[in-house]
Design a protein around this ligand. Structure first.
Ligand code: HPA
Length: 273
């Protein structure tokens, strides 16, 4: 089935507004406040943050793509938080490595902004470069290095990315868990994992965590005026940092193992927003 975002003449923000309209109609919630994209290991947070008002199949919403990755779900959930705020859980993340173009990667974020969202929470599973970040360690993203050579921004539109991962939100997260460490996330294109030499390059460039998502979405979030909170789960030590080879199965297993703990952490953070 064709995706309207693939028409180069189409306006991605217009399609995001249409998507937000469908979400408002199907959920009965006119405006949402917070959106979450839940990566490997974080999915359970959706069950913990509040009461699900409606679950919408992503294929019913303009511009969304069915996930091709085992372990990723393609639904959009509207959740009522105990505070009375409304959260959208975007379960249908499209990764840049899927090769459908950047517009599809950031469509969820743009839809969230069109749905009224002001706070975007981006989570992922990633490889840790700091040896102390054993599998299962959650890390706050303090900044990123976008190593994809792509941008979600079209045209001469110069968006400021200073304080992209808001200090204010990181401070709130640390009131929930003062031991939360933070680091610079580097987005590679993937879907292959990095070589040990690439991980050493990332480290020399100032990165502490490597992954295949988040940076492009964060840029689009900032373009739309959203405040961003980024959280990585170190599912493995990055290639060459430990001797063991990387496998998607083990990454998923590490995510599952950490899931109850880090999802509860995220739910506690959301309760303070
Ligand atoms: N590299 C890139 N992406 C990842 C990794 C990694 O080591 N682990 C989980 N996602």
């Amino acid at each position: 089935m064709s995706n309207p975002l693939d028409d180069p003449k189409a306006d991605p923000f217009q399609i995001a507004r249409q998507a937000a309209q469908v979400i408002a109609e199907k959920s009965g919630i006119a405006q949402h406040d917070i959106a979450l994209t839940l990566g490997s290991g974080w999915a359970k947070a959706a069950d913990l943050i509040g009461e699900t008002v409606s679950t919408i199949d992503a294929s019913e919403i303009p511009g969304f793509t069915r996930s091709e990755v085992v372990g990723h779900v393609s639904t959009i959930r509207s959740i009522l938080l105990p505070s009375g705020k409304h959260a959208l859980v975007l379960g249908a993340r499209t990764h840049y490595y899927e090769g459908h173009g950047v517009r599809r990667v950031v469509h969820g974020v743009r839809t969230a902004a069109a749905a009224g969202v002001k706070t975007m929470i981006l989570t992922n599973g990633a490889g840790g470069i700091k040896t102390s970040w054993l599998p299962g360690t959650p890390v706050l993203i303090s900044d990123h290095i976008n190593f994809t050579s792509a941008s979600p921004i079209e045209g001469a539109n110069f968006v400021d990315l200073t304080d992209l991962y808001a200090v204010r939100l990181r401070d709130i997260a640390r009131t929930v868990d003062s031991s939360l460490d933070e680091g610079v996330y580097m987005q590679f294109r993937g879907p292959h994992y990095e070589t040990p030499a690439e991980v050493q390059m990332a480290k020399a460039m100032g990165a502490h965590i490597v992954g295949m998502s988040t940076a492009l979405e964060a840029i689009a979030a900032r373009q739309s005026g959203l405040e961003v909170l980024g959280l990585s789960l170190s599912t493995n030590l990055a290639a060459g940092i430990s001797d063991s080879p990387l496998s998607h199965k083990e990454v998923l297993e590490a995510g599952k193992e950490a899931e109850p703990r880090i999802s509860a952490l995220l739910a506690a953070i959301v309760a303070k927003l």
